[in-house]
Design a protein around this ligand. Structure first.
Ligand code: AMP
Ligand code: MN
Ligand code: MN
Ligand code: MN
Length: 278
């Protein structure tokens, strides 16, 4: 029997993806996805229409979110799955993060202005799909649009990461709060793309231990952000730390996405999938 094709991480125009939630579901169906979670950054506004569309495609839909967190000075992402988007604690937490994004965006605009790039805040706003969520991806798309760089990835490298002119430090939610909001809403907390963080191996183990201790349940093992070598590395860590494993493309709908919906390899058979009891 063919294993179920599960993709538990992707984005729509409700955050920094390019597709409407409905179009994302149509694409997931075309790609043979059986179970899909929509996990927009700090936002749940796309879930209702995605869920409605999933029904007509026969896809099992999972309500999700990807929460921005600051841990030991580093930005990390915690995915919540099977959340209740109507939960008050979660709603308030996400609302606070979204307002802080607006403040950060104004600062990014000023920083880029200092670097001789004018009008980037308004420019980035013209690329948002949801006025409540502005992020670096929208600045990046604007900068590509005005010809500052050939693609989003090079904009990040030249303008938006630490040590470059448009970088602005930012304080996101605490790890503890993010996991608490997810769990309060009945969801499961998953550490997103753990291989992407620039942490030494001792720090990485500390993160996994602390995440687990705070109530985190799973880590992404197979994700568009990991190399095949990292699939193995994080499979090992999931086993060692007694964490469930997740699989998600992190598809954003553009050429810059490293993996299409449902296109990654399956989880290694000896791992416990986060969806095992769903
Ligand atoms: P933000 O949450 O606004 O800081 O933006 C983070 C988002 O930017 C991530 O979810 C990715 O979609 C995108 N991103 C981060 N780093 C890169 C990169 N090096 N190249 C392309 N996109 C990136
Ligand atoms: Mn993103
Ligand atoms: Mn992420
Ligand atoms: Mn993501």
């Amino acid at each position: 029997m063919q294993a179920m094709n599960v993709d538990l991480h992707c984005h729509s125009v409700a955050s920094d993806g390019l597709l409407q939630p409905e179009d994302l579901l149509a694409r997931a169906a075309a790609k043979g996805v059986d179970m899909l979670a929509l996990t927009d950054h700090d936002e749940t506004a796309g879930l209702a229409s995605a869920r409605a569309k999933a029904v007509s495609h026969g896809i099992r839909f999972v309500d999700g979110v990807e929460i921005s967190v600051t841990w030991q000075g580093a930005t990390i992402h915690i995915v919540g799955l099977q959340i209740d988007p109507e939960n008050e604690a979660l709603k308030e937490g996400l609302e606070t993060l979204r307002s802080s994004r607006a403040v950060r965006a104004a600062r990014i605009g000023e920083a880029l202005e200092q670097a001789g790039i004018r009008g980037s805040l308004a420019g980035a706003m013209s690329y948002v799909g949801n006025p409540k969520i502005i992020g670096r991806t929208h600045f990046a798309r604007f900068l590509v649009g005005i010809g500052r760089a050939p693609d989003v990835r090079s904009v990040f490298r030249r303008y938006l990461v630490k040590g470059t002119p448009g970088y602005v430090p930012h304080q996101w939610a605490s790890l503890c709060d993010a996991v608490d909001w997810i769990r309060a809403s009945g969801g499961v907390a998953v550490l997103a793309h753990p291989g992407r963080y620039k942490l030494g191996s001792a720090e990485r183990r500390l993160l996994l231990a602390e995440f687990k201790e705070r109530g985190g349940a799973a880590i992404e093992v197979v994700t568009g952000s990991h190399t095949p070598t990292q699939y193995g590395e994080f499979a090992k860590l999931a086993r060692e730390f007694g964490l469930l494993a997740s699989r998600g493309s992190d598809f954003h709908g553009d050429a810059g996405s490293r993996a299409d919906l449902g296109a990654l390899p399956p989880l290694s058979a000896d791992l416990q999938p986060v969806w095992r009891d769903w």
